[in-house]
Design a protein around this ligand. Structure first.
Ligand code: CA
Length: 223
């Protein structure tokens, strides 16, 4: 899962990015509204964390622009304390959730998880696919109730499939959602991650659709 953080205060931006990376997300950063708007226009994010008070273009304008352009990714806005009119303006512009500064990083992570889950149509934090369970709060994976140890990248790939079960995910889509902007992307590595996941979990769960991509669905269900 890939997150964009648009925040002009450098310390806060770094803290938020670091917390998200430690939680297993790929993170891009933008220090102002102009760069944030451009990245949100051109890259596919699973969530955007958007400060409202930003240089060059303010957050509400950026969000309104995305929604008018039919960019429908979940957006969590950061607002100043006691600024109820900012919250109202943010929701009217198309925000999905908000956090008031200062906030606890754990709360930001919980809200990001919930937004990603809900936008993929999942109501609970533990995702299931047949015998595999992924706890999105901890990143713990079990297979038939037994803990499975995955590398950070294997977990990113599995998490994307678990959130988007029952449909074909192209290699490009997968690459765009598991690597940040600066990562040296090599499509061969996707095949390596999938081979390892099949070995560690089950060879049945992730299917290859030749020329189209991969899908994950519970045993017995076809895509
Ligand atoms: Ca600001």
């Amino acid at each position: 899962m890939r997150v964009l953080v648009v925040e002009d205060e450098p310390d806060l931006r770094r803290q938020v990015s670091r917390a998200l990376m430690e939680a297993g997300y790929s993170v891009d950063e933008a220090p102002d509204g102009e760069e944030g708007q451009f990245l949100g226009d051109t890259e596919p994010y699973d969530v955007i964390v958007l400060d409202l008070g930003l240089p060059k273009i303010d957050g509400i304008s950026v969000l309104s622009h995305w929604r008018q352009a039919d960019r429908d990714m979940p957006v969590l806005i950061l607002t100043a304390r006691d600024s109820w009119n900012e919250k109202v303006g943010g929701f009217d512009a198309g925000a999905d959730d908000y956090l008031t500064k200062p906030f606890h990083m754990e709360e930001l992570l919980a809200r990001v998880r919930a937004l990603i889950r809900r936008s993929a149509g999942h109501a609970t934090p533990v995702l299931e696919c047949g015998p595999v369970e992924l706890d999105t709060r901890t990143g713990k994976v079990t297979m038939d109730g037994t803990a499975v140890s995955l590398t950070a990248h294997e977990l990113k790939v599995l998490s994307y499939f678990m959130h988007h079960q029952g449909r074909v995910v192209s290699q490009t889509e997968l690459i765009e959602h598991i690597y940040d902007q600066d990562f040296d992307r090599d499509s061969n590595t996707i095949e390596v991650f999938i081979a390892r996941l099949r070995k560690k979990l089950s060879s049945e769960l992730i299917k290859t659709h030749r020329g189209r991509g991969y899908s994950m669905s519970p045993p017995g269900e076809t895509v």
